[in-house]
Ligand binder design. Structure first.
Ligand code: SF4
Ligand code: SF4
Length: 204
């Protein structure tokens, strides 16, 4: 049985704008031969919060001109498309760094809305909920290829279904990139290797 190696990692606290965020240090040892669970590597961006923040107008393409490190908290939050993919458990091949996603969701993820059910206290409830920061995005291989933060960090455009381009939060699900209704709870899952899925890391 594989355990989550990040559980025992020390926490590091930081602030980003008005957000107090928490994450684990990386470099956690793996207990299995080839795969380690990194399902705890998640983001701290909450779709609910994002929805509350007035989106910049479609013509204000700040993500094309503003470096991640210089974005305002509102801009940073608006980048999140609310897909919920980063709140899924995942496995990593230690040799290749290949990520394998599962349909097993963090216990705090609302399966329909893709919102964190305890966003403000998530760091205490799920100590391994990893925070996205500009520094962390220097090596964002563990995020889905569609993730806006990863794409910006890799100098790629946002997918054309991103709400910042469509002005419609529903465009994520319409394009097949939301986890809503497609996941199961941790407590019901059993071994993660039984829950690998191929619909998470599709091209944007
Ligand atoms: S994968 Fe990226 S865009 Fe999707 S919810 Fe997570 S942080 Fe937001
Ligand atoms: S606690 Fe779970 S559901 Fe909430 S943001 Fe972190 S990974 Fe996502």
């Amino acid at each position: 049985m594989m355990n989550n190696p990040l559980i025992s990692q020390p926490l590091e606290w930081a602030t980003f704008g008005d957000l107090v965020i928490c994450g684990t240090t990386d470099g956690a040892p793996a207990e299995s031969d080839a795969l380690c669970i990194i399902g705890a590597q998640r983001n701290s961006v909450d779709p609910f919060r994002s929805a509350l923040i007035a989106m910049p107008g479609p013509t204000d393409r700040f993500w094309e001109t503003t470096p991640l490190a210089d974005m305002s908290p509102a801009q940073w939050e608006a980048l999140c498309d609310g897909c919920g993919k980063c709140c899924l458990e995942k496995l990593e091949d230690e040799d290749t760094r290949q990520i394998y996603y599962t349909n097993v969701a963090c216990r705090l993820l609302d399966h329909q809305s893709c919102r964190c059910k305890d966003y403000l206290r998530r760091a205490r409830s799920v100590p391994t909920c990893l925070t996205l920061t500009p520094a962390l995005l220097a090596d964002p291989y563990w995020l889905p290829s569609t993730c806006a933060y990863r794409r910006i960090a890799e100098d790629k455009p946002l997918p054309d279904w991103h709400p910042l381009l469509t002005a419609d939060p529903g465009s994520v699900a319409a394009a097949g990139h939301s986890v809503a209704g497609r996941v199961i709870a941790e407590g019901d899952a059993g071994p993660l290797v039984h829950h690998l899925v191929d619909w998470v890391d599709l091209p944007g």
